[in-house]
Design a protein around this ligand. Structure first.
Ligand SMILES: *Cc1c(COP(=O)(O)O)cnc(C)c1O
Length: 343
């Protein structure tokens, strides 16, 4: 893979903003280099633009090098940066599975980049050949998401591998739900495939959606481009310190995941008994995609009862489907009781 052919020429040539904090690194007793206020320590100081303390900690947990990590304001930031780094507006295109996470298409639109959707099979499985056929010389990026959203299913690993090995440009694997999955992460393959970018997030299993911290993992060379294009201080000090502390709660995260998985099984078996439920799709995520008699009516009925699920009726291949997030045991019981009293 020749990265120079993939990165937009203006980004390849870009001389990034050099902040005071990146020009001088190290210990000193007097800092008069950044026009900071000398009072109100530590918030008066600009934070580490590359968040090394936090990345060191994440690297140990994820078994990668700190230089293979980019941290963003949620995964949404690296998704947007991928377009800005690789895709020339009105010329390049990206290919993605359909249905999938809506932000890829929104970011393509914002960046004026053609977004090519390739239907998954009826059971939401991936056909690598069909996906690859939709690519052409101007395709810079392929988006995969596994476990997928809103469907919840894992994509077949061998089919994904075909995409990663047969497409010589950038392949994104979004693993927002990897902690809920029985399948292992693609992070272990990072050193084998220089075209791979793996996305993860603290928003789901770690219970930190409000904190806005997402992760992109890739080769050191790709990460240098993320670092060039991102805002210099994209992760503030409060977030860096707070996420670092939260990482010490990994055992608690694992207990949450265990409870959620147990509840996913319970919800599935109880939903199966309801006559309005036509199909429950297999899930490796913290949600169930459920086909019902009439999704719009069921959605509105639940809203009136104060229970909000996601109506996916108008999404490709998801006619009459609701996406139900697995809540606490109590919340799930409320949902089940409301649905049982419907019929
Ligand atoms: C929820 C989700 C994310 C996470 O987005 P954040 O911006 O990190 O909160 C990313 N990808 C998928 C597929 C998701 O469902």
């Amino acid at each position: 893979m020749n990265l120079e052919k993939l990165v937009r020429p203006n980004i390849w040539k870009l001389k990034p903003y050099s902040s005071a904090r990146s020009e001088f690194k190290g210990e000193a007793s007097v800092f008069l280099d950044a026009n900071e206020n000398p009072y109100n320590y530590p918030y008066n100081r600009y934070p580490d633009p590359l968040q090394w303390n936090l990345k060191e900690k994440i690297a140990k947990i994820k078994q990668v090098r700190p230089t293979q990590i980019m941290l963003g304001n949620g995964s949404d930031e690296p998704i947007d940066l991928i377009f800005r780094i690789f895709c020339e507006p009105q010329k390049d295109n990206v290919v993605a599975i359909d249905p999938t996470y809506g932000m890829y298409e929104v970011c393509a639109g914002i960046n004026n980049v053609e977004y090519r959707k390739v239907f998954l099979n009826d059971d939401f499985s991936l056909n690598a050949e069909k996906l690859l056929k939709a690519t052409d010389d101007n395709t810079k990026v392929i988006f995969l998401c596994s476990p997928n959203n809103p469907t919840g299913n894992l994509l077949n690993r061998d089919e994904m591998l075909k995409v990663v090995t047969q497409f010589s440009k950038i392949v994104i694997i979004d693993e927002a739900y990897v902690d809920f999955s029985s399948e292992r992460s693609w992070l272990t393959e990072l050193n084998n495939y220089p075209n791979l970018i793996v996305l993860q997030t603290f928003s789901k299993a770690w219970g930190l959606a409000s904190v806005r911290c997402g992760l992109a993992f890739a080769s050191e060379e790709i990460i240098t481009f993320f670092n060039k294009v991102k805002y210099p201080y994209n992760i503030n000090l409060l977030t860096q310190e707070f996420v670092s502390k939260q990482l010490d709660k990994e055992p608690e995260k694992n207990r949450w995941v265990k409870t959620i998985l147990k509840e996913r099984s319970r919800l599935q078996s109880e939903l199966e008994n309801l006559s309005m439920v036509k199909k429950i799709y297999p899930s490796d995520a913290n949600s169930l995609l459920v086909r019902v008699d009439n999704a719009n009516e069921t959605y509105q009925y639940l809203v009136d009862k104060g229970v909000i699920v996601r109506n996916r009726n108008s999404v490709s291949l998801c006619l009459n489907c609701l996406r139900i997030t697995i809540g606490s045991p109590e919340e799930n019981t409320v949902l089940l009781n409301e649905l049982k009293s419907l019929k």
